[in-house]
Design a protein around this ligand. Structure first.
Ligand SMILES: [Zn+2]
Ligand SMILES: [Zn+2]
Length: 137
């Protein structure tokens, strides 16, 4: 039914500078990508002339949209106090914040000196001459 998007949208196509056309490695199908203005702020100035998707997003699309437009949505939230995704985005920020706190490594953890020494030895070995074995006999 719905096509799962693996390709990234072509940044050059958006600015009219992509000359690759159909052979481009990136997607030119802007209609498959959510409009960040409509879905982020609730208002898109371009309305029907917009090249991005204005129809409702499903859960999966919303998650993808939020991770790709996080900075934009944060800005919207800061400026207007809300986003068009309201709870979705607030929950997204909350879970992200929690996850980052769990993953944070304490700064006082140091690498043991013997491990550092091993790293040095490994690097020195790599720059050495490739083993040319002289035949014996
Ligand atoms: Zn392109
Ligand atoms: Zn739009």
């Amino acid at each position: 039914m719905s096509v799962y998007l693996t390709k990234e949208l072509c940044k050059f196509f958006l600015t009219g500078n992509c000359h690759r056309g159909d052979s481009c490695n990136y997607s030119h199908q802007t209609k498959e990508y959510p409009c960040k203005y409509l879905h982020g702020t609730g208002v898109c100035e371009k309305a029907h002339g917009c090249i991005f998707k204005h129809s409702l997003l499903n859960e999966q699309e919303i998650q993808k949209f939020m991770s790709e437009n996080e900075d934009f949505l944060k800005k919207v939230l800061k400026e207007t106090g809300t986003t068009n995704l309201s709870d979705y985005f607030l929950n997204y920020l909350k879970t992200k914040d929690q996850r980052e706190r769990q993953e944070a490594v304490p700064k006082d953890v140091m690498i043991p000196p013997n491990l550092l020494k091993l790293e040095e030895e490994k690097q020195a070995g790599q720059t050495g001459t490739a083993g040319t074995s002289t035949p014996s006999g």
